[in-house]
Structures are given as structure tokens and as C-alpha cells.
Design a protein around this ligand. Structure first.
Ligand SMILES: Nc1ncnc2c1ncn2[C@@H]1O[C@H](COP(=O)(O)OP(=O)(O)O)[C@@H](O)[C@H]1O
Ligand SMILES: [Mg+2]
Length: 281
């Protein structure tokens, strides 16, 4: 079966060109708020099935790009060609409190088989048996897994993730990374993950972009041999490069101290715990 063509987001200029092997093509995307030019000409392509992480400081315009790709921003200009089937997962799970978990997952689906598909999606994110739970009874990690199930049940060609693990504790976040890797291997959507977490970007992505001053200032593939272990020298080298590009002092970032520290120390130690094993991809 031929893959459906990439279609223009209705809010921006339409064009006739189609590119079946691309889930996203963005040309000269610009967005201003008042006098402030937040996006000054973004060019971006994402291949079908490719996992791209978009890094940038807070306020750099990451969510603005994602909203434009989701078709939620009528004020953006430029050419956007985006897979018609796309879903967004946000930092907050955005579950309807008055609907049970399964209803949240299949909300708006008209398919008569929706309930079965919803149950299957919940099983895939490890929430079998939680179909009749109320959202308020879930932990933060569980609620976010429901949000992932709600996205997956729609079989998107493009999954837009806006800091989806940002509100979770460190251990839950690592488990979520492993889950996302598993789900992406199974379903192969193109993914744009917006994050300010450098390690998260390296662990998950095929390619990392850095957004600075309204432009993509770095676009680099993640080519790490073997498992993506945070303590490996290659991982550390890419992390340093990305921190540098972000204009972040890595030593300060590592210690959480604002004053300059004498040496740049990123802890390197052998894999010892089960939790760290989960970062092996
Ligand atoms: N609707 C809006 N109205 C005015 N300013 C906005 C609006 N949306 C975003 N901005 C501004 O644009 C900048 C980029 O925002 P955003 O894309 O949310 O940043 P990021 O996701 O990288 O933290 C910020 O300075 C923000 O205040
Ligand atoms: Mg944001």
C-alpha cells in the first residue's frame, strides 16, 4: 500500500509538493509575538519513522514549533508539510477527570473496535487492568502512560512530544524512556520530542537539534556504538557538545551550583543498578 502523502497543516500556506518519505517538511517557519521574533526561519525535515529531539533553553520557542506542527497556531508563517495523522503528548497528561482511563484513551474514536484497541494500547503501556480507574487515582507516571496510550491508539505517523517526562521523578522518567523506545520500535511513528534534558535527547533520538536565537543552530545525528549508557565516553562527548551549543556550563549544570567550579566533573561509574540497566537500549 502506498504511504499517504504529507499534507499541509491547514493554518499555513498550502503547496502542491508531496514527499512520501517525509513526515515533516518545514521551510522558513517564522513566528513573532508582538515585537519579539521567537522563530526566525526554521527549516526542518523529519523522515518517516525517524526520532528527532529538539533541545533548547526555556523560552527558546520549542513549544511554538510543536504547536505549529500540530496545526494549533494560526499565527505562524512559512511552509509546513506535516503527516495528517499526528498526535501530541504534553507535559501534563491532560486526562478528563470525569472519564475513566479507557474512555480517556478512546475519546473521540468512532471505530466500533475502539474499546478493544484502547485496552490493547493500555496493555502496551503496562496498564492492563486499569481500564476502569479514575484519572485521579493514578500516579504521575501512570497518568502519562495513559496519555501515551491515547496517542498510540490513533496510530499516528507523527508523534509530537512536548516535554512529556518533565514532571516525572528521575526513576519514573528512565522507565518511561525505555517504554517509549519499545513503543517506537513496534509502531515506527516519526517523533519530534521537545525537551530541555540533554541526556534524554541522547538516549532516545536518532538526531538532535538545538534551537537558539530563533534558528536551528545544530543538527546532529546520534551515532553511538552499542548501548546508550550515560557513563560512556562517547555519550559524554556528545553531551558536552550539546551543553556547549546550549550555552550551558556543564559543571554548573551537573552540580546545580551557579558559581564557577574548578573542574568539570561528570560522574563516570560502571553500570551497577537495575535502574541504570534500563537505560541500555
Ligand atoms: N501565545 C503567546 N503569546 C505571547 N508570547 C508567547 C506566546 N506563546 C509563546 N510566547 C513566548 O514565546 C517564547 C517561546 O515560547 P515557547 O515556545 O513556549 O518556549 P519553550 O517551549 O522553548 O520554553 C516565550 O518567550 C514565550 O513567552
Ligand atoms: Mg515549552
Amino acid at each position: 500500500m502506498a504511504t499517504p502523502p504529507v499534507t499541509a497543516v491547514p493554518s499555513v500556506e498550502a503547496a502542491t509538493r508531496t514527499a512520501p518519505d517525509r513526515a515533516v517538511i518545514v521551510r522558513h517557519l517564522r513566528r513573532s509575538f508582538g515585537m519579539r521574533d521567537v522563530l526566525r526561519g526554521i527549516d526542518l525535515e523529519i523522515r518517516r519513522g525517524e526520532f528527532v529531539a529538539l533541545l533548547g533553553r526555556s523560552g527558546s520557542g520549542k513549544s511554538t514549533i510543536l504547536r505549529a506542527l500540530a496545526g494549533l497556531d494560526r499565527g505562524a508563517s512559512g511552509e509546513l508539510f506535516v503527516a495528517a495523522s499526528r498526535t501530541v503528548v504534553y507535559q501534563e497528561p491532560r486526562l478528563l477527570p470525569w472519564a475513566k482511563v479507557l474512555e480517556n484513551v478512546i475519546l473521540g474514536l468512532r471505530d466500533p473496535d475502539a474499546a478493544n484497541r484502547g485496552r490493547q494500547a493500555l496493555a502496551e503501556v503496562g496498564l492492563e487492568g486499569h481500564e476502569s480507574d479514575w484519572p485521579k487515582t493514578l500516579s504521575g507516571g501512570e497518568a502519562q502512560r495513559v496519555a501515551l496510550a491515547r496517542a498510540l491508539v490513533r496510530h499516528p505517523d507523527l508523534l509530537l512530544l512536548d516535554e512529556p517526562f518533565g514532571a516525572l521523578d528521575a526513576l519514573t522518567r528512565i522507565r518511561m524512556h525505555a517504554l517509549v523506545v519499545k513503543l517506537c520500535r513496534r509502531h515506527h511513528p516519526a517523533v519530534l520530542l521537545v525537551t530541555h534534558d540533554v541526556d534524554e535527547a541522547i538516549v532516545l533520538a536518532d538526531r538532535v537539534l538545538v534551537l537558539a536565537d530563533g534558528r536551528v543552530s545544530l543538527d546532529t545525528p546520534v551515532r553511538l556504538e552499542g548501548p546508550r549508557v550515560r557513563s560512556s565516553p562517547e555519550f559524554g562527548r556528545l553531551r558536552s557538545r550539546l551543553f556547549h551549543e546550549l550555552g550551558v556550563d556543564e559543571a554548573t549544570e551537573a552540580t546545580g551550583v551557579d558559581e564557577p567550579v574548578p573542574t568539570l566533573s561528570i560522574p563516570t561509574r560502571p553500570l551497577t543498578t537495575a535502574t541504570e540497566q534500563e537505560t541500555l537500549l
